[in-house]
Design a protein around this ligand. Structure first.
Ligand code: SAM
Ligand code: DTB
Ligand code: SF4
Length: 330
């Protein structure tokens, strides 16, 4: 079902975000059930195809070369290795595999040729393939599309105003340009952000405002709770209250009724009850498997037990070929 789109002001979004919590959850749950199958959750699996050594200075990221973090860095994996991991994810019930590389941007070199091969091979396994490789130009986006890439993850992370407090080695506009290149190549867009980095409610809502007012909004929006990793500038950030996650998920669901809202980083620190509230408030996607890119995530069996208890079922791959273009602003 498509929703007629409107322009969202920051005041509109803040008013939703600040509703009494249970009112907000009920409204989001109703929106969710009107536009989506309430019991279905899309399961993605992450593969860190190139870990660490990134030249960027993203304040939250354990993979930035300039911070001293305890991670196992490695160069770009071989195609066979990625296929084995993808098969394991498929056997476990994942419908999508997301391959992440700690790159600032894609370069036209042999490594990129190898990523193209990975995309082709994993796509042939009947899985939706997503990549997150940093910035892309139009030509690179087109090559990924031709290889069968289903989605590209490129987070805007926070509000435009707060961006320079978190990252200084690129600009907000650079991220938006890559998102535009991905969209123009007909790849679905996955873009969201992180809460718990010291931002205000206004920053959180301004980030959602940017996403919802894109010419075509993202097909999926990951909401990450900061994983405060020792050695990064954010190591001492206090854990984000679960209520903020619930508010953020619910607000995203209300402003983007057709989008997959992904409960992303931070689930390891959340109780099952906290996650249940997020699912009720419209979260309908997760990353499964014991590791995100470098940090721990709940064990696969633990998540399946949670699905059983909550009456949730994993979504089939390629079930939704429909794009958000249906709700395009005219
Ligand atoms: N280098 C590419 C890029 O930045 O687009 C792809 C990989 S990067 C690790 C993907 C996303 O992971 C970031 O945009 C950020 O939103 C999220 N992320 C990284 N470290 C995180 C952390 N410590 N806690 C929560 N989310 C994090
Ligand atoms: C996203 O929004 N979250 C994922 C995925 N996209 C690539 C990454 C989370 C990373 C958390 C920190 C880590 O494990 O290194
Ligand atoms: Fe590099 Fe991406 Fe980490 Fe930023 S978030 S330091 S671009 S890997």
């Amino acid at each position: 079902m498509s929703e007629p789109r409107k322009f969202w002001s920051i005041e509109d979004i803040l008013a939703i975000y600040r509703k009494p919590l249970l009112e907000l959850v009920v409204e989001a749950a109703n929106t969710h059930r009107k536009y989506q199958t309430g019991s279905e959750v899309q399961v993605s699996s992450l593969i860190s195809i190139k870990t660490g050594g990134c030249p960027e200075d993203c304040g939250y990221c354990p993979q930035a070369a300039r911070y001293h973090t305890d991670i196992n860095t490695h160069k770009l994996m071989q195609v066979d290795e990625v296929m084995q991991l993808a098969q394991k994810a498929k056997d476990g019930g994942a419908s999508r595999v997301c391959m992440g590389a700690a790159w600032r941007e894609v370069r036209d070199n042999r490594d990129f040729d190898r990523v193209i091969e990975m995309v082709q091979s994993v796509n042939e396994m009947g899985l939706e393939v997503c990549c997150t490789l940093g910035m892309l130009n139009e030509h690179q986006a087109k090559r990924l599309a031709d290889a069968g890439l289903y989605a590209y993850n490129h987070n805007i992370d926070t509000s435009e105003e707060n961006y320079s407090n978190i990252i200084s080695t690129r600009e907000y506009g650079d991220r938006l340009k890559t998102i535009e290149n991905v969209r123009n190549a007909n790849i679905t867009v996955c873009s969201g952000g992180i809460i718990g980095m010291g931002e205000t409610d206004e920053d959180r809502c301004a980030m959602l405002q940017t996403l919802v007012n894109l010419p075509v909004p993202p097909e999926s929006v990951p909401i990450n709770a900061l994983v405060a990793v020792e050695g990064t500038p954010m190591q001492d950030q206090k854990p984000v209250p679960v209520w903020d996650m619930v508010r953020m998920v619910a607000t995203t669901r209300i402003v983007l009724p057709l989008t997959a809202v992904r409960l992303s980083a931070g689930r390891q620190q959340m109780s099952m009850e906290g996650q249940a509230l997020c699912f009720l408030a419209g979260a309908n996607s997760i990353f499964a498997g014991e590791k995100l890119l470098t940090t721990p995530n709940p064990e696969f069996d633990e998540d399946m037990e949670m699905f059983r208890i909550l009456g949730l079922t994993p979504r089939e791959p390629f079930k939704d070929k429909k794009s958000n273009r249906e709700g395009e602003l005219v």
